[in-house]
Design a protein around this ligand. Sequence first.
Ligand code: ARG
Length: 491
Amino acid sequence: MSLWDGRFKEKLNIMFEHFNKSLKTDVLLIEQDVTLSKAWSYVLYTIGIFKKTEQLKIEQELTNILTKAIKASVNLKKSNSEDIHTWVEYKLTKVLGSIGKKIHTGRSRNDQVTTDTKLWCIKEICLIIPILNTLQKRIVALSEKHIESIMPGYTHLQKAQPITFAHWCLAYNEMLLRDKLRIDDTLKRTSINPLGSGSISGTAYNIDREQLAKWLSFNTATSNSLDSISDRDYLIELIATATISIIHLSRLSEDLIFYNTEEANLVELTDKITSGSSLMPQKKNPDALELIKGKVGKIQGALTNIITILKGLPLAYNKDMQESKAAILDTITTWKECLHITKLIIINIKIRLKACILKAKQGYSNATELADYLVNKGIPFRKAHNITGKVVIKGIAIKTPIEELSIKTLAKINPIINKDVYRFLKVGSCIIKRSSKGGVSKSQTILAILVNKKLLTVSDSIYRTNNLIPDSIVGLAFQLNKNLWENHLEL
Ligand code: ARG
């Protein structure tokens, strides 16, 4: 039996029935659909559709449905319900008969599906932020250990100027911080409740949608029913945010793959996240890092998927939208996995300090210091650049780094250079001098670590990282809000 039997004379084609189903994917929304239905039953009680006893029965049975589903004592896959909304209503009606048949009064699967999806996204955002926070903490902790660990900094994968390993860590921390801010921003627009918009034009029952929004822990209710039903911006935003975030993880991975090569030899990855070759006994491959890079395809693909589904869709609900749920599920699963694996990589990484400083000194990476020295002696920078270029050519010709060229050789290229130059050419000097905001110097690094630790503590307390029970966050909010409300209103 389907929800619309009254209007139809023929049975569904079995192949179409299968094609039309979304239950396999949107079973992920079961907790949200149950919570939504509890809140909706309460709304129906406030307008007299349910008696108090009936509403309580509905709530109790919805809890049973969820408990049984979580215990996997019901086989959803065998059900012929089209989607999770139909399945929950079917189960409710099977046990409660005519009381259950009232639950769909004034609501539509169109407002249900987007409300459930938003609630699910909110739950996942609440889960991801603490994971990001933990990863940031690990990265900041690693930077704290390496404030003075000098390593080569690259542009175009050519040695450019010396940096510290702490500076490298803090660069990725900045990216993660931006990711977190982006998610947080997405959350604001996701936390607006579409329930009560009906199929398209609003609900014909006199309900308080703002109150309903609060019960479901949304910030407010949506303003236009037509838009509410058709809006999937929040999915695009979340997947786009995930795409940017995984790009950051992918770039971190690529850096470490290079640093881990025998040629660069700057870091060492542990056996825990590498794998060997079935043939070549000497191999230890950076599989974890390569896989993170490989997973970008999935999330980027999901972004293309959702954009393609929505592009050119007329208002308001269209069945095309059913396909968007798989994209978000795949995105969130992959994203969380990659964040966890990156954390493992960071926890277990070893820095080859001697090799790092040795390589930092190579490649004439102190050439800018010589140019700056000449500028300080009154030579315009462009001319100083040119003189330094000549010094580098000489060094390459006689296979000698700048700091080991004799003063005679240097002065021959430009007589303004004298013995005081050597102290500016030391690798440590390149670091110390960069002490304005955002620079690689020790003072700036310590400041950055302090600021970021503070930011992480604030973020921890906002998202209650340590005691958040994400799976039941929305359910709990409903319970709390309902209790509060009941204590204030006599119905
Ligand atoms: N199974 C649908 C989905 O997931 C639910 C909405 C159905 N609405 C409709 N008018 N057919 O998108």
